[in-house]
Write a protein that binds this ligand. Sequence first.
Ligand code: ADP
Ligand code: MG
Length: 238
Amino acid sequence: MIKSNATIELKNISKEFKNSKVIDGMNLFVKAGEFLVLLGPSGCGKSTTLRMIAGLEEPTSGDVLIDGENLQKLSNDGHVIAMVFQDYALYPNMTVYQNLEYALKVHKVPKEERQARIESVLGTLNLTEYKDRLPSQLSGGQKQRVAVGRGMVKKSKIFLLDEPLSNIDVQLREKARDEIQNLHVMNQQTIVYVTHDQLEAMALGDRIAVMDQGIIQMIDEPENIYNNPTNLFVAKFI
Ligand code: ADP
Ligand code: MG
């Protein structure tokens, strides 16, 4: 069993789709309990990177290590990684409550514990009054919050979020950002958070990895990214 949070290591990862190289020799070490933001323009390979960390996509070459171990060894343990997908991927015929409960049932979390976790997360995300609705009866922002909640209830060692606030309106977004930050302070999960929004990255990241064209152009604390960009792309993008 892994301890309460886990390191992530990408060793010389490349990923090709039909001979086009989407990720090009990426190396990345995420510390245990770190909040790392992957920031970059659309199409630069952020989602692909996240999916490889989650084990949903196989690298063409290179290794993904979680706490120094190969991902395959961990794939049956649902408490290691939770992921929030860019397109929500909610179960359409389950209510909000059932969407949050599903993975906990699969992993045999006892009923009372399930209930306590789900109610707490529904409260945190202002979703309590929607718990009996189906995804089709929710707005885009509400669906996105359910997707975040479904990741939160798992209390996994690693939490991967793919543009989780992109469809939440500006007023709610700052609040949701605070909630994700509070969650991190409380649970000390290792987080990889994907966004194309510079302000969001600055507000949330312990470190920011700025990506372009399948390569990490610079990785550092927000302050250094902002004040001392090491190349032209980073300077322009920030
Ligand atoms: P981002 O999340 O930064 O917007 P993605 O990781 O989704 O970028 O995509 C990076 C590139 O890889 C894009 O050019 C995209 O079209 C391509 N790509 C992603 N997934 C696939 C796939 N399954 N098959 C073919 N090309 C893909
Ligand atoms: Mg993406």
